[in-house]
Structure formats: structure tokens, C-alpha cells
Design a binder for this molecule. Structure first.
Ligand SMILES: [Zn+2]
Length: 446
């Protein structure tokens, strides 16, 4: 049984019923992918039934007239249940197995062929195809013959990734061809020999689409305040084709908020509409909400002479130390509130900067920057990584929690500025920010 995510022992209950028939029952916390129940009638036991027993419990029931014993193994998202031992009485009651004389006497590989030699003439074999989660395609042949313990089980061939010969039930042997590419296996029966001829249909391995990792434990109830920069009479930077920073960052912030709420966080925006806010009020709002982190979203700009050459995504965290570049960006972003300059300057140099917050802010900045880049690089070429920097940002002063300022790109750059107006690009930015926040909380859970 394949599951969409990792399963553990605690997801499984195994018990037996012995009225009339013998039943070995597995209850698994899961949902069946199909509405249909399946009944399998393998050799050796009466039946195996797989059904949705309760909305979130799947039952696998092994039924037989006689006592049977099963055991199971878990390997990540794979559950293998096997009949460990079938009571010998089953054979006493039934007639003598008819195919005792049918056994496989030899298996060998010759170029692109696998040759199976049987003790008697083989009339029919069954073909099955299975695609595994890991991208492997299996072509399975079921032969009505015993596999003797001394038969070789695995074969090497340059025509296919793997060839395995398995004892499926005491009387049935399976030949499995496994490959990451599409393969075609033809067979021909000549008396007591079966010739399998394998051919790869594609040169490239089948691409595996990775599923989201199972059961991500997201820190529930963490509070995030997202601050869309500027607003109202303060339009922020004016970019390529007169695009306004305040509009762009509002869109990205709103998208990030929606994503994070879907993931179970409590998220507030400092502004829900196009409205002017003082820088100080933004962090005060975060403090009043008892936020765990504060993320201010901005877009960058530069003087006309450099507009064609400067672009990129960068994330800042508050620090009094200042590089020339950080100082320049901070100057631009600080302008909205020039009147409160003395308060900010004082705060910057005073003890308001808690050191632990600075370390956490740095970590948060690294995670957000990394994930924004990853998200954008998946779909766009030449996105410039300007990295994580420290800067004297007034907007971050006074936040009593780890806080960062994200510059989603230069709206003054012809290419980046146009991309920033694109909804798909904004979605990717928001996803990157949300992934970064997720990653930060998952790594720093307390
Ligand atoms: Zn700004």
C-alpha cells in the first residue's frame, strides 16, 4: 500500500476475528484514493479486501477459512503486509496443489533478453504495469510456476535498470522489469522457455514531481505582522512606467498574508488599504499585536543614471552598523517620516536593540531571502541575489520582535520593474516570503 505521506506504527492497528472465518484486520489512518473497495483474491488465501471503513480509517481485511498469520513492514510511505505463514491445514483440506511440478529451472540474461526456463511448457502469463511514486515504472509478469529458493533473484542488464525475480506466492513467480524510463517488454513463449525482450522507449528518465513533504508541523498560532510599505500620500518609489511602490508592496503583502493564513498563522497587515501610516505606528502596531515577527515589504529604487544597471532582491535586518549601500537604501525608506528623525536616531543608538532579536532577525532575513530567490528562480531567469544586509532602518526600530525589511526588487529597472507589475511574479514573491517565514519558524520552534 502506497501512501501520500510517511506513515508510522501509530497509524496502524492490527487485530484478528475468528468467528466462522478467520480474519486478520488492519486499520490504517488514511483515506482511499478511490471510492471503490477492492477485493483481491490471491493464491493461498480466500481474499483481501481494502475499504474505507470510517471517513479517515481504511481497513485491509485478510480472510481465510483457516488460521493465517500476517506481518507488516513500514518503509516511509510504503506499507507492506505479508502472509508470514499459512497454516498447513489449508493444503490438507484443499486438493493437492496442481502445479507442484511447474517450477522455474533457470533464469538468465542474454543481451537485451531475459530467458526463463520452466520445468514444463508454459501456456499463459499475465502482465501488469505499475508506476511507483519515485518515478519507477514496473512491468511485471506473473508466471504460474514455483520459484525455487536457489533461483537467482536479481539480474543486471544494460537495457533496463533492474530485473528481479520474486516469489509472489508459493505457486506464482513474478518477473519484474523496473526502469525510470518508459520501457516496452515483449515476450515469446517457446515450449518451456519464455523470452522477454526489453527496450527503452525514451532516453530521458521520467521526471519525478516531488510531493510536498508529509505532515509538516507548522507552529500554529504564531503571529505575524506584515507591513506593506508607504501608503496614502506617501507613494514610495516611483518606478518603471510610473509604477508606484505603495501599490506593488500592498499586493505582495496581501498575497503573503493569504498564503500564511492558509498555513495556519495569525497574520495582520499594518494597513488594509491605501492609507498613510507613520513608520513608528507600524512597529507599535506589531508590538500591540504581540507579534512573533515583523516583516516590512518594500521595493527599491535608484537614480536615473543607474536605472538600467541596478536590480535585485535583498533583505535587511536592523542594525546600527551601516555600509554605504545599506545607508543609501535606508535613507530612501526613512524619508516618509523625517519629522520623527530624532526619536529614531535616539532609539537606534539606545538599548532598544535587543541582541537576541538581532540574531533572530538575521536568521529570518536569511530564510526569507533564500526562499524568495528559490521561488523566483524557478520561473524567471537572471534574478539578482543582492543578499542579506544590515541597515539602520527606522521602520524596524522599536519592534520588540525579530524584524526584517524585504526589498522585493528595483522598480526602476526596465526588466525587474516590469516583472514586478506582473501578477505571476508577485505570487512567486509572496510564496517565497511565506516559505521563508515557514522555514524560519520550523527551524526555530519555541
Ligand atoms: Zn519603500
Amino acid at each position: 500500500l502506497h501512501f501520500s505521506e510517511k506513515i508510522s506504527k501509530s497509524d496502524i492497528k492490527n487485530f484478528q476475528w475468528t468467528q466462522k472465518k478467520y480474519r486478520d484486520i488492519y486499520e490504517i489512518k488514511a483515506i482511499l484514493d478511490t471510492k471503490k473497495n477492492s477485493i483481491i483474491k490471491p493464491n493461498g488465501i480466500s481474499q483481501i479486501k481494502i475499504a474505507q471503513f470510517e471517513p479517515n480509517i481504511v481497513r485491509v481485511v485478510f480472510t481465510d477459512k483457516e488460521y493465517l498469520k500476517t506481518e507488516y513492514k513500514i518503509n516511509n510511505n510504503l506499507l507492506t503486509i505479508s502472509c508470514k505463514q499459512i497454516d498447513t491445514k489449508i493444503y490438507k483440506n484443499s486438493k493437492k496443489p496442481q502445479n507442484v511440478k511447474k517450477y522455474i529451472s533457470k533464469v538468465r540474461v542474454s543481451n537485451d533478453r531475459l530467458i526463463v526456463t520452466n520445468s514444463v511448457n508454459i501456456k499463459n502469463i499475465k502482465r501488469l504495469k505499475v508506476a511507483l511514486d519515485n518515478g519507477q515504472k514496473l512491468t511485471i509478469f506473473q508466471i504460474d510456476a514455483r520459484l525455487k529458493p536457489f533461483n537467482k533473484k536479481e539480474f543486471k542488464s544494460k537495457y533496463v535498470d533492474e530485473i528481479k525475480v520474486l516469489r509472489y506466492t508459493p505457486q506464482i513467480t513474478r518477473i519484474v522489469f523496473a526502469d525510470r524510463r518508459e520501457i516496452d517488454v515483449k515476450y515469446e513463449i517457446k515450449n518451456n522457455k519464455i523470452f522477454f525482450k526489453v527496450k527503452r522507449l525514451s532516453k530521458k528518465p521520467v521526471k519525478v514531481t516531488k510531493k510536498a513533504p508529509a505532515k509538516i508541523m507548522r507552529p500554529n498560532g504564531k503571529i505575524i505582522v506584515i507591513d506593506p510599505g508607504h501608503g496614502g500620500r506617501d507613494s514610495g518609489a516611483i518606478g518603471y512606467k510610473k509604477y508606484q511602490e505603495k501599490r506593488l508592496v500592498f499586493k505582495v503583502a496581501t498575497k503573503a498574508k493569504d498564503l500564511l493564513r492558509q498555513r495556519g498563522y495569525k497574520v495582520y497587515l499594518t494597513r488594509y488599504k491605501d492609507k498613510f501610516l507613520k513608520l513608528k505606528d507600524r512597529t507599535e502596531y506589531a508590538n500591540s499585536k504581540n507579534a512573533d515577527i515583523f516583516v516590512s515589504i518594500h521595493a527599491n529604487s535608484i537614480v536615473k543614471s543607474k536605472q538600467k544597471s541596478v536590480q535585485g532582491v535583498e533583505t535587511f535586518f536592523l542594525s546600527p552598523s551601516r555600509s554605504e549601500r545599506a545607508k543609501r537604501v535606508a535613507m530612501t525608506e526613512n524619508q516618509a517620516d523625517i519629522k520623527d528623525k530624532s526619536w529614531y536616531s535616539k532609539s537606534l543608538t539606545s538599548n532598544i536593540l535587543v541582541k537576541s532579536n538581532m540574531i533572530a532577525s538575521n536568521k529570518l532575513a536569511i530564510d526569507v531571502q533564500k526562499n524568495m530567490l528559490a521561488s523566483l528562480n524557478n520561473h524567471y531567469k537572471n534574478v539578482v541575489d543582492m543578499g542579506v544586509r544590515k541597515g539602520p532602518f527606522w521602520i524596524l526600530v522599536g519592534a520588540q520582535m525579530p524584524s526584517i525589511l524585504v526589498e522585493v526588487g528595483y522598480i526602476t529597472h526596465p526588466t525587474e520593474g516590469s516583472r514586478l507589475q506582473n501578477t505571476k511574479y508577485q505570487n512567486l514573491l509572496a510564496k517565497g516570503i511565506a516559505d521563508g517565514i515557514d522555514s524560519y519558524f520550523i527551524k526555530n520552534q519555541n
